[in-house]
Design a protein around this ligand. Structure first.
Ligand code: F6P
Length: 333
């Protein structure tokens, strides 16, 4: 459970903006709502930037009212739209974006996204002095400096729901299934899904396994009477990891079925946990920004909110604990 501690009350700005960037994550809307309503209730105007950093380039910035964020706390996706904006990698573009924000009298920016989004925010602040603050929003939970990210809990619940359904048919047909979940650089979704879904084994980028190792796990299960298996596979660098493993497993006499959950994990109504996390982090980021803190992200550390400078977040690897993998394997034996 997240500890909901008191937030700073100083208000130094009159106008701020908010954007969502990178892959969408369930709970981003709850965060946008929190930023908007927290700021307005403290006498601050809020502007919504459309399509991530693209909106800063082409001026798609609109004033948000209390009613603009009504009825969105329960919705997946992001009402502000999102994008991975390659143009923002250019210094000249960032300078123009800061000029546009200043022209409109906007004094600070809340960025809801992941590592790439924070890189853009950090460079914008470093080069132009424009204050930015980050809210970690990604289903991958791969952001350093925070134990949790908005969307992770929902994605894991979605994947576990799929596994429960797959288990019914796997068990009826006595089959082996490879279920591929998202997580390009990290195995958090796979680990938590595998542990919570009772998978026979879990393949993650941090601890890859070859077909022979998977075969040995399945074999041990068969020897003790199992007639079906579920293997959770993180997509890794290239989507299709599970397809590759499935082909390789054929050499060991299996005919595994593959189910790639893909973008189903990115959509859907956020869980209660993600709504609370997003509401709290969105409010905290706004409170910290208004009180003069910037150049960092609001994360969760030891269950409580913490301000983490971008320098301790960007480009840093958050490694999943190999012990979870070991535990999942003990419990699946
Ligand atoms: O970063 C979130 C994420 O969902 C990853 O898990 C996944 O690899 C990637 O985004 C997919 O991105 P896109 O929707 O652009 O294909």
């Amino acid at each position: 459970m997240i500890q909901l501690t008191k937030l700073p009350t100083k208000v130094l700005y009159r106008k701020i903006a908010v954007l969502t960037s990178g892959g969408d994550a369930p709970g981003m809307n709850a965060a946008v709502r929190a930023v908007t309503r927290y700021a307005i209730s403290h006498g601050v105007e809020v502007y919504g930037v459309q399509r991530g950093y693209n909106g800063l380039i082409d001026g798609q910035v609109e004033k948000l009212e209390l009613s603009s964020v009504a009825n969105i706390i329960q919705k997946g996706g992001t009402v502000l739209k999102t994008a991975r904006c390659l143009e923002f990698l250019k210094k000249k573009v960032r300078k123009e974006a800061a000029a546009l924000l200043c022209r409109d009298g906007i004094e600070g920016l809340v960025v809801i996204g992941g590592d790439g989004s924070f890189t853009g925010a950090s460079l914008l602040e470093k080069e132009t002095g424009f204050p930015t603050i980050g809210v970690p929003g990604t289903i991958d939970n791969d952001i350093a400096g925070t134990e949790d990210t908005i969307g992770f809990d929902t994605a894991v619940n979605t994947a576990i729901d799929a596994i429960d359904r797959i288990r019914d048919t796997a068990s009826s047909h006595e089959r082996t299934f490879l279920v591929e979940v998202m997580g390009r650089n990290s195995g958090f979704i796979a680990l938590y899904t595998g542990l919570g879904g009772g998978a026979e084994t879990i393949v993650i980028p941090e601890a890859p396994q070859n077909a022979k190792q998977i075969h040995e796990t399945i074999r041990r299960g068969i020897d003790r009477g199992k007639s079906s298996s579920i293997i959770v596979v993180a997509e890794g660098k290239t989507v299709g990891n599970a397809q590759i493993l499935s082909k390789e497993l054929k050499a060991f006499g299996y005919d595994p079925k593959v189910c790639t959950l893909g973008h189903t994990q990115r959509g859907g109504s956020p869980t209660a946990h993600d709504r609370v996390l997003a509401s709290y982090l969105g409010s905290a980021a706004t409170a910290y920004l208004l009180s003069g803190k910037s150049n960092g992200m609001l994360g969760i550390q030891k269950g409580a909110v913490a301000f983490v400078p971008y320098s301790k977040v960007i480009g840093k690897k958050k490694i999943s604990d190999p012990y979870v993998l070991k535990l999942a394997s003990i419990l699946a034996s």
